[in-house]
Ligand binder design. Structure first.
Ligand SMILES: [Zn+2]
Length: 90
C-alpha cells in the first residue's frame, strides 16, 4: 500500500497526490518517485525523473518526487488529514 492518496480529476485523469510532509521528505531523501498511474512509490529514481517504468503496474508514469512537487502535483496533509492548499478549486 502506497503511503499516498492519488487524487483524480472528474474525468479520471491524474490530478495530484496527497501525503504527509514527512512521507514526502523520506521519498525525496531516498531518491523516491511515484507512479501517477497507480500511485505506487518507486525507489532509486532521480529527483527529476520522468516517465520511468513502474515496477507495480508497468506504466511509464513514474516521476521523481521533487519534480512532482515543483509541478504542483503533491499536496501535503496536516495532522487532521485534510489537504493544505492555497488554490483549491473545489
Ligand atoms: Zn504504477
Amino acid at each position: 500500500m502506497a503511503p499516498t492518496n492519488r487524487i483524480t480529476n472528474p474525468d479520471g485523469s491524474f490530478r495530484c497526490f496527497q501525503m504527509d510532509e514527512d512521507v514526502f521528505t523520506k521519498l525525496s531523501n531516498n531518491d523516491g518517485g511515484i507512479c501517477t498511474d497507480c500511485g505506487e512509490t518507486a525507489s532509486n529514481v532521480e529527483s527529476d525523473a520522468r516517465k520511468y517504468r513502474c515496477a507495480a503496474c508497468g506504466a511509464h508514469r513514474v516521476y521523481g518526487a521533487e519534480l512532482l512537487l515543483v509541478a504542483g502535483r503533491i499536496e501535503f496533509l496536516d495532522e487532521c488529514g485534510s489537504a493544505i492548499t492555497e488554490d483549491d478549486d473545489a
